[in-house]
Write a new protein. Sequence first.
Lengths: 313, 491
Amino acid sequence: MCRLLLPVFAYGEFMNMYNKKRMIPLALPALILFVCVVVIPFAIGVVYSFTSWRGTYFAGGDYFWQSFVGFENYVRAFHTKRFIDSLIYTVKFTIVAVLVITFFSLFVSLLAFRLKRGTASFYRTVFFLPNLLGGLALGYIWQFIFEIIYSKILFGPHGLISIPALCNMTQNNTKALFALVLLFTWQMVGYMMIIFTIGLNNIPSDMIEAARIDGASNGQVFAHVTLPMLMPSFTIVLFLTLSKCFMLLDQNIALTDGNFGTRLLATQILRTTRDSAPPDYGLAQAQAVIFFILIAAVTLIQVSITTKREVEI
Amino acid sequence: MKLVQKLFLFVCAGSVLLFAGCSGKKTAESSRGYDLYIFNTKGENAEAMKAAADAFGREKGIAVKVFSLGSGTNSDDTLRTEMSSKNKPAIFSVMNSQALVEWVEGKYAMDFSTAKNQDFKKLAGSIPSSLRLQQNGISYGVSYNVEGYGLIVDKNMLADLFGKDSVEPFIGAFITATYEEFEDTVHIIQAYIKSGTAGTVTLSGSTFTLAAQKMGLAKNLTGVFSVAGSEKWTYGDHLVNIAIDTIFPDSAAAKNTTKQELEEGKSSFTAYAKALDLMSQNATTPRGPDLINATINGYDQSVATFAAGKALFLQQGNWAYGNIEKANPGVVKTLTFLPVKMPFTQSDIHVQGLTVGHMNASIPVFVPNYYAINTKVSDKEKELAEEFLVWLNTSAEGQDFIINKMSFIPYNADPAKTSAGYSLGDSIISYMAAGKTITNAYAGAPVGWATENMGAYLMENYLNKKNWPDNAYDDIAGYAVSRWEEMANIN
């Protein structure tokens, strides 16, 4: 939801710049839609998380107010081993993935920045392509890569070079985490690279020139000019990768389907209704609310920290 | 500020209007375009079901709407959406007594004793008790059909292994053979496949000699079993069910089990672990990481391996017929079922009247789905639903649809008269005729116990390892019992 709110804030700034009266009718259709398909269902969802909702009926009565259970669903969520396990696994995955994705996308955008215009856009297109694939398709492609190309052709006992750590990566809790990081990095680097590239383009060349005249080395220019000037890009990149890693679902299902304890939070919430009969939608909803609060808290903290580091020119 | 308030009001009003429009009640039959709505779960019979519904509609002069999902798609969420909508299905599907809880608690499933149609009451009463969908003694479902599973084998393969004349005697002897004889047979055939050492196998006292030189189809063999190691349900549901059948007479008994019953049944799970050990050790793919590799040993791959003649046995049900046919049309005509065997002793069996001999010689035959009637539709539609189910299951035309168009084996089939029209279906009917069937008690296990717990535990700890530790059987049996107790909240 947080991600969807951003354009609304952006709209706010836009409105200040132009005639407010004309903006309102223009924004209205989008706003009504937003309220109907996001705000209202979200509010209903929060209400349902306090009831014993079963998907088609409320256990204990005909209406939701007859089946209020207070915070029971939330207490149960934290007592569900699978929920806690998937929470820990998601946090681990997010930390590794955010670091790797940010590093590589910055690296790739710096590389392409040095190239000639035509070559650079060719590389950028190539890096961006994986982003156009859907999560499930990507998951199945990488399942094949890990299970056949890695385990059989390249790194298996009879492969080119035998590297057990890269063999059967989908069959071990820790290896699968890195397998998922690899997959998601491949998917996300192109997108994040574009954001960094725009940031790099926005750094005035006279600043770098001035630093060079002052005798700064390449490393010093990067650390004291480029990095601080890229902070706005870091804010966006970290925000997007953090939230996307937390919310990862399709790739997780397609690659390991949660086997070997690799359920991420989103998968866990989706599967909760299949873990019991009758299906416990109330519990799943409570997990979803916790999930939302968690993502909102983490991303808001991150945005406030990185925004403070942005340099005004 | 005023502007913001106006805007807020406008949005509120807009959304209220929108939602009022959604919940406005229109019950006119004509506006929704049908008189009877059937929610069909089996994608396999989608077209035949539509044809049957149309035929019934023409007979009655009504419009029937059928909704079917794609084959193999989980329909639970879609059904729940339909149930929450304005136009609810009158006939819907329930898989088993565990799934029934939801629809009874939500007051959707109709108690069949409240039916208005006398023919329908008769139909509901005529369903054999082992094939009923019940909760607390009340019937809620009419069986779709029956399905069965076991070790699928190609008779032509047997002919190439033991000689053409030995095929029928071999099948007969195999069915009545003990687990020990089965185990020896597996080892001897595996040795024959791997190193070509011909030998003789003894089943039920008769001996069968392997051809001195591998010939014909036998040359392709790479293992005795084709095991879909990445499909947790093949060993987590179906294989373990055979052990559960020795503990409980039906799924309802399994659902209402006590701690004591489960603890006493532990030895059956040990027998199950031994059988799984035997099957996975003699699979076409050596037991280890490759066996659970979804790209190499998924369902489709295991069927293809069998269809290509690389394995002698495939543990699957008659639903795999279409897939086998797609992989190799040449083998489907000569397929038959053999029972899955486990090393049970009489002390492992806790079901009244059940013997080791019966367990060894039987295949599970059970109802995979039931038609239930929705109480939350109009009385008129409920009566049409009752009439449709009577028509489908008792009229000659309805039976023709079930047997010939849907390729189903009717639950009320008379084994002496019915022909399924395809090898595996006829094989099931022959077991039914001989009375050699067991049930699907595993359907009463706690939801998720079978696939997501048992299956996952085995896949992640055993099927991916070549060598099992000494306490493996005990550990597997212990996990089966303790996880069940935990999930069913019985302590």
